[in-house]
Design a protein around this ligand. Structure first.
Ligand code: PHE
Length: 531
């Protein structure tokens, strides 16, 4: 059979690794990891996080890269090729990124504003900026256009080229900033102590769950991204080696971020005596600007570099989110890349407008009052975030384990279906060989990892429906129930849409992108995909 004239995808294994790392390294590393670490027992949490990356992260990532690689197609076709009845997972994996895009892009816009405003007292602008909706929308648009230009240029000429420059740049900037912050003197050791002092008592069951769910979000698993990027890899990419590199890079960035952040805010505390909020939006856009503004011109330079680095982290993540949705639109609807990305960006932009208004209300409401425009007691950003991260992503990652762990190979006897050794051989024949880790992977992906993911899902949902009150007792929350029901309703809609519209129709593959067709090999695949 003839080979494809031009393969649509990454030109090199390194390009793929850096692009996937670009997706993985994002706000999750820079603002939630350090905070979760300090809140859940410091080094004890770090240890648990590393274990979670090993037992969940590496396994799901291997499964997802391979799902994409073997199908050379968007997530819908990829899950469908593993098992036709599972194709809805792929649809799901296209919808989740669309939701995430609608709030992540706004935060990206914030980071652009704070970078450009670094020499002009960032610490004073949070409420005036976030309350100024036209300005927020303008910066969201600027940020989206940056991402759009890259995705429009394609996988090899856009995403790969940009990642190869930006990811090393991000790492160098982060190391420089961490060194600077560690040399601030006063307060540094208190900060390090707060961040890393191991306290296994403070870790507890909840800390363990937090570490596991942080691993999903941080590695961009359970949302089609890794499947999509994996589909653009060919023989030059070794799955196992890539997984190790991506996970190591992502974890290293998260750890380093904490080494920069905590010494900085404890330095401020030591010098000025006031406590600063150390998580989420407040950490990034209020506490750190205050620290930088009080360190003179060097602080302003550091601020510029720091926010520039956050822009890079958020941009490469948004690029990956856009690519998943765009890939599906290109392949299912035979759209040109530039049209597809325009549609996707326009939808994102339109939805991000109400999200930014709601967020603006939440950040500027006088304390004690309930901000306007909330859904289920949350601003739209938190609402979207909880629906996707706490409920939908683990479900999708669970599906990735099922697709690889239970659907590859045709067992001759019933017992084969349960036997990891059979799976190991089936995967090897299918094209995934992991050397001496093959057997271990088979056991993990079939049994251990899905069980752990199910725990994350169950306890995540319980935590939303029965949140803890100030005294630590759990009480029922109707708003929480609303969030969970919305997520499951979305889930049901995706399943219905798949079975009605997509199950029996051709859902496209990478060779369908304009400029990459003409391959007999892919014609053969098309028929296969239609079965
Ligand atoms: N992994 C990214 C982070 O750590 C977040 C992300 C989520 C990126 C979803 C893309 C998609 O922040």
């Amino acid at each position: 059979m003839e080979k494809t004239k031009k393969r649509n995808g990454f030109a090199s294994g390194v390009g793929f690794i850096l692009a996937a790392a670009g997706s993985a390294v994002g706000l999750g590393n820079l603002w939630s990891f350090p905070y979760k670490t300090s809140a859940n027992g410091g080094a004890a949490f770090v240890l648990m996080y590393v274990i979670s990356v090993l037992v969940i992260g590496t396994v799901v990532m291997t499964a997802e890269i391979y799902l994409g690689k073997r199908a050379q197609a968007n997530p819908v076709t990829a899950y469908k090729k593993a098992k036709k009845k599972l194709g809805w997972l792929g649809l799901f994996a296209v919808i989740i990124p669309l939701f995430i895009l609608c709030y992540y892009s706004i935060l990206g816009g914030y980071t652009v504003k704070f970078t450009l405003n670094s020499f002009n007292r960032n610490s004073e602008i949070l409420s005036s900026f976030t309350g100024n909706i036209p300005e927020v929308i303008l910066y969201t648009a600027i940020f989206l256009v940056l991402a759009l230009v890259v995705v429009m240029a394609g996988v090899k000429n856009g995403i790969e080229k940009v990642s190869k420059i930006l990811m090393p740049a991000l790492f160098i900037i982060l190391v420089l900033i961490a060194v600077y912050c560690l040399c601030l003197g006063e307060g540094v050791s208190e900060g390090l102590n707060y961040y890393l002092n191991p306290d296994f008592g403070a870790l507890g069951f909840e800390g363990i769950l937090a570490a596991m769910s942080q691993a999903f979000f941080s590695l961009s698993l359970g949302m089609g991204i890794i499947v999509s990027y994996g589909s653009y890899t060919g023989n030059e990419t070794k799955v196992g080696k890539s997984v190790v590199m991506i996970c190591t890079f992502d974890t290293l960035v998260a750890l380093l971020a904490g080494l920069a952040i905590f010494p900085a805010i404890y330095h401020y505390k030591a010098v000025y005596g006031s406590e600063l909020s150390d998580h989420g939006i407040m950490l990034l856009f209020s506490s750190l600007p205050l620290v930088f503004d009080n360190l003179g011109w060097v602080g302003q330079m550091v601020s510029f570099l720091f926010f520039g680095m956050v822009v890079i982290a958020a941009l490469t993540s948004v690029i990956s989110l856009l690519e998943v949705v765009t890939q599906f639109v290109i392949q299912k609807f035979r759209a040109h890349r530039k049209h597809a990305i325009l549609y996707v960006s326009l939808i994102t932009f339109a939805v991000s407008i109400p999200v930014s208004i709601s967020l603006g209300f939440a950040l500027t409401a006088p304390s004690g009052t309930t901000p306007a425009m909330q859904i289920c007691g949350q601003n739209w950003l938190d609402f979207f975030d909880m629906v996707t991260n706490s409920v939908l992503m683990p479900l999708c990652a669970f599906g990735s384990c099922v697709a690889i762990g239970w659907c590859i190979g045709k067992p001759a006897k019933r017992t084969d279906a349960f036997n990891p050794a059979f799976l190991k051989n089936a995967l090897e024949q299918d094209g995934l060989s992991l050397g001496k880790f093959g057997m271990m992977f088979a056991v993990m992906v079939k049994y251990v990892t899905p069980i752990l993911i199910a725990l994350v899902e169950i306890f995540g949902v319980i935590d939303i429906i029965f949140p803890k009150n100030a005294s630590g007792t759990r009480i029922f929350s109707a708003d929480g129930l609303g969030i969970v029901l919305t997520a499951y309703a979305l889930f049901a809609i995706a399943i219905a849409v798949y079975f009605i519209f997509f199950k029996n129709s051709y859902t496209g593959c990478n060779a369908d992108e304009h400029g990459f067709t003409e391959a007999v090999q892919d014609e053969a695949y098309k028929t296969e995909g239609e079965v």
